[in-house]
Design a protein around this ligand. Sequence first.
Ligand SMILES: *Cc1c(COP(=O)(O)O)cnc(C)c1O
Length: 233
Amino acid sequence: MDRREEIAANLAAVRSRIAAACAAAGRKPEEITLIAVAKTYPAQDVLHLASLGVQDVGENRDQEAAPKAAEVAEAGVDVRWHFVGQLQRNKCKSVVTYADMVHSVDSVELARTLADQAQRRRGTPLDVLVQVSLDDDPERGGAAMEELAAVAEAVAGADSLRLRGLMAVAPLGEAPGSAFARMKQYIRMFQADYPDATVVSAGMSDDLDEAIAFGATHVRIGSALLGKRPTLR
Ligand SMILES: *Cc1c(COP(=O)(O)O)cnc(C)c1O
């Protein structure tokens, strides 16, 4: 089987999982945006995905994403780039030039740096999600519950950023369903203050079903589409 056929088969399987999870939750598959996380995989795979109708691509490291985005653009293919990994402040300058949405803003300082670079280097506001921590493990990123309001305010108050919603990663060592149930509480509180920030980015290859049950609007799928990555990242 050639690579495009392999990706097509994986994509069909992921789309039917999304459909089944939506049916179980009484939701519509059109409510869910599939983001293909292409980290460790080449630009050619992004071109295959785009030719199969996937318009949203995720990356977690600027060093890899910046040249890949340039290669895809050079091929004349237009996709939306989602930066989903932990973001170092010194990378904001690069990320704002190709990213359409940054999912991983988890501190006031990061929001300010991103706003400043977006102001200097972009013509349109950058879509931003605030990443919430479901386990208070700083290694995995995310703002703690008590920081969430301040981070959201820093994003919402910046002219060069647009606050679109929340992002979460299920913690290790806990059933994803119980972590995403907690996420749902955060969403409710957050959307009381920001009713237009309706994006909920949650769910990966192993837990997209639970994430959809608890309100995800954007799922970030890597290995189920492109294969197991050689290293754990
Ligand atoms: C790698 C990654 C994903 C995709 O993970 P899979 O388990 O391969 O689907 C999703 N979100 C983030 C933040 C990632 O770093």
